[in-house]
Design a protein around this ligand. Structure first.
Ligand code: NOJ
Length: 515
């Protein structure tokens, strides 16, 4: 495990929308450099930046045309290396986004692969042997290329799947995972990783990490073999490089070689029920004041996975990401405060999506660059009250996406001045997390009080006890097995402790030192 992960708190940056330094209406590397001190002061010491490579941008950059070139809109490779240096100067770390499962259909490998004549890249992607042979059980495109065959997709139409082979090849065109062509794909992936690690990045968030080997069973043993092999290379050559997977199966991803995996937002799962759950038009997210949920709706699923990996890797909680509707769409500021206090005091490396710290709102916008409903969560960061909220000096009509300038739109400058703001609360809880070893990624977690029909709950981490009441009514928890508490390190709302009784005011969260 890279030592720096022990207390890493990540900030996710969608580079298009963070800070435009040259007035062309779109965010860039130099803009991020300008805001590194802000990120550090916020309490985050690590960054995950979404794809920044050359791309036709049909899927926000997850359609890579050249893995070793930066997208012009963000700046040159020298600018990116400069960003790495500035990050490191501040004792921070940065992960790039690695897209291993597919490229853009404009990638030169794919263009070569589509040709009739056999060449070095003919088997870099998955093709069937005849134009009228489909790839059963997989998405594919027929009739688009001179080559006699159809090709398999990994996600959108613009994203042909790279060939890591099939776990149990059945058709003549399916290759085993150890076929030389599939091993070459693997080596090409390692080559890309080495390229960026040599330039100074600190590791990768890995897109659709589970998607490599096809017709892989539930256990994902083929895909895991690929990652174990990649990890072996990293351990030998870049032991401080970190890998986080977009997988949501830590019990599989961690043994496969990842250091961290995300608890992703899938409709109706434990994470979704915390902050983004609408049932029959009614908000029933756990942190919503009027919800009737118990926190066990989250913990039942979380603990089962957490227990399996707890000494081996991290199961990471996020405030949101570029694929989800912003949390502020479902929760008001008080509810967000409770939710974040919880997320930031749990095990695993937390990930904060840019703008969530000020409660940036979801905007209803037409799709941009393959974003669809995700577009409204990708709008420019709101820095202050100046033109375009300080994001860019371009004309508003030329911005990558419109800035939220509607009444009530939050911004950093205004929240910095307000001691009760969400931003200041985030700073406070992150500072506590950094200070208290018991709140760090590997420190123990114990759910000490939660009931199916109750809203309040308590969890312990070493010498600290956290209690939360998301409901609109005061509650008293009387439970002899809970430890006596002393100094209060952090509170939202009212909370007190007397004679074995924990009084929790409406919508409260408290972090106590155990006496
Ligand atoms: C997951 C990424 O987070 C998402 O934005 C992208 O569209 C797909 N993978 C395809 O790469």
């Amino acid at each position: 495990m890279p030592a720096w992960l022990k207390d890493a708190i990540f900030y996710e940056i969608y580079p298009q929308s963070f800070k435009d330094s040259n007035g062309d209406g779109i965010g860039d590397f130099n803009g991020i450099i300008e805001k590194l001190d802000y990120i550090k002061e916020l309490g985050c010491n690590a960054i995950w930046m979404n794809p920044c490579y050359d791309s036709p941008f049909q899927d926000g950059g997850y359609d890579v045309r050249d893995y070793k070139k930066t997208a012009e809109r963000y700046g040159s490779i020298e600018d990116l290396v400069h960003l790495f240096e500035e990050v490191h100067k501040r004792e921070m770390h940065i992960l790039l986004d690695l897209v291993p499962g597919h490229t853009s259909e404009e990638h030169p490998w794919f263009k070569e692969s589509s040709k009739v004549e056999r060449n070095e890249y003919s088997d870099r992607y998955i093709w069937t042997d005849k134009w009228f042979h489909g790839a059963q059980g997989l998405n594919y495109i027929a009739g688009e290329s001179p080559r006699d065959g159809v090709y398999v997709l990994n996600y959108f139409k613009c994203q042909p799947a790279l060939n890591y082979g099939f776990l149990h090849p059945e058709e003549c065109w399916q290759k085993g995972i150890d076929d030389p062509a599939c091993l070459e794909t693997r080596e090409a992936l390692k080559d890309i990783m080495r390229f960026w690690l040599d330039k100074g990045c600190d590791g990768f968030r890995v897109d659709m990490a589970d998607s490599l080997v096809k017709k892989d069973d539930e256990s994902k043993s083929g895909t895991s073999e690929v990652w174990k092999n990649v990890r072996k290379m990293l351990d030998a050559e870049y032991p401080e490089a970190a890998l986080v997977s977009e997988w949501n199966k830590p019990q599989v991803a961690i043994p496969a070689g990842f250091h961290m995996d995300f608890f992703l937002d899938w409709e109706g799962n434990g994470y979704n029920l915390l902050m983004r759950n609408i049932v029959d038009g009614k908000n029933n997210s756990f942190f919503h004041k009027d919800s009737d949920r118990s926190v066990l709706d989250f913990f039942d699923e979380y603990l089962e996975k957490y227990e399996q990996i707890k000494d081996k890797g991290q199961y990471c909680l996020i405030t949101g990401n570029h694929d989800m509707i912003r949390a502020a769409f479902y929760l008001d500021v008080r509810e967000l405060k409770l939710a974040y206090s919880f997320l930031f005091t749990m095990p695993g490396n937390p990930f904060l999506y840019y703008g969530d710290e000020i409660g940036m709102r979801y905007q209803n916008l037409p799709t941009k660059e393959g974003g669809y409903t995700r577009t409204g969560s990708r709008t420019p960061m709101q820095w202050d009250n100046t033109e375009n909220c300080g994001f860019s000096t371009a004309f508003a009509k030329d911005l990558y996406l419109p800035v939220d300038t509607k009444p009530g739109a939050p911004n950093v400058a205004q929240e910095e001045q307000d001691k009760d703001s969400l931003l200041n609360m985030v700073k406070e809880i992150l500072a506590i997390r950094r200070r208290e070893a018991d709140l760090q990624e590997n420190a123990n977690l114990e759910l000490v009080y939660a009931k199916k029909d109750e809203r309040g709950f308590a969890y312990r981490r070493g010498s600290l006890l956290m209690l939360c009441n998301p409901s609109g009514e005061e509650i008293v928890i009387e439970e002899t097995s809970l430890p006596k508490v002393g100094e209060k390190l952090f509170t939202i709302g009212e909370a007190s402790y007397t004679d074995g009784k924990y009084m929790l005011g409406k919508q409260s969260f408290v972090l106590w030192k155990i006496a």
